[in-house]
Ligand binder design. Structure first.
Ligand code: AMP
Length: 218
């Protein structure tokens, strides 16, 4: 089963992708995470894309398509994927469909994360993560249970994303509006778009998504 999570930066796609994938035994694939891993490992690709990612602009379609294809191939024994942050342009969407057709697969469901944009800037400016395991936190509503100690791995080092600065966040919203939001009518016309209200508590959003996926699966 292939599910796409679509929504603006900060709408909670990553948090839900991890939790929902765990519940259904699917694999979450985030192009943002894959690109950041290349940057942190200082690979040739990482060095080429670093400035683009840090400036909030989208990386070239061909680059992310290759990354996604490589990861889908590598995990071909997995029975489901949640794509988080991909596709982000109409070209990526069309190429993904073509690629999946070759494998005899299709996109089963696209979940749109609906959220008031005003909430998002504040959310993004306040988020941080464990430097060691990447567990996400937010100064406003989700700090570690013991101050300064990661709930998941016990690390005491935390970091913030370079693109979570106000000017870069605004650029990311522009990119979303101009290049990614046209995917909503595109998938709606294909009859596979479902909406969740992403302003609610994490658990409520999780339940809504699980119900949608269970219905699509049956
Ligand atoms: P994210 O972690 O999804 O917020 O992505 C962080 C950054 O990675 C984006 O602002 C883009 O620079 C880049 N990126 C992630 N996914 C894509 C994609 N599908 N197409 C192009 N650029 C992407």
């Amino acid at each position: 089963m292939i599910t796409i999570f679509l929504g603006p930066p900060g709408s909670g796609k990553g948090t839900q992708a991890d939790q929902v994938a765990k519940f259904f035994n699917f694999k979450p694939l985030s192009t943002g995470d894959l690109l950041r891993a290349e940057i942190n490992a200082k690979t040739q690709l990482g060095n080429e894309i670093k400035e683009i990612v840090n400036s909030g602009k989208l990386v070239e379609d061909d680059i992310v398509l290759k990354l996604i294809e490589r990861n889908l191939k590598k995990n071909s024994n997995i029975n489901g994927f949640i794509l988080d942050g991909f596709p982000r342009t109409i070209i990526q969407a069309k190429k993904l469909t073509e690629y999946l057709e070759k494998l005899g697969k299709k996109i089963d469901c696209v979940i749109e994360f609906n959220v008031d944009k005003k909430l998002l800037v504040n959310r993004l400016i306040n988020r941080y993560q464990c430097k060691s395991c990447g567990a996400p936190y937010n100064k406003l509503y989700k700090n570690p249970r013991v101050e300064g100690v990661c709930d998941i791995c016990g690390s005491t080092e935390f970091t913030t994303r370079k693109d979570d600065k106000k000017d870069v966040i605004l650029r990311r919203f522009e990119e979303y509006k101009d290049l990614t939001s046209p995917l909503l009518p595109y998938y709606n016309n294909l009859g596979i778009l479902y909406k969740v209200s992403a302003d609610q508590e994490v658990k409520k959003i999780f339940d809504e998504i699980c119900n949608i996926l269970k219905n699509v699966l049956t």
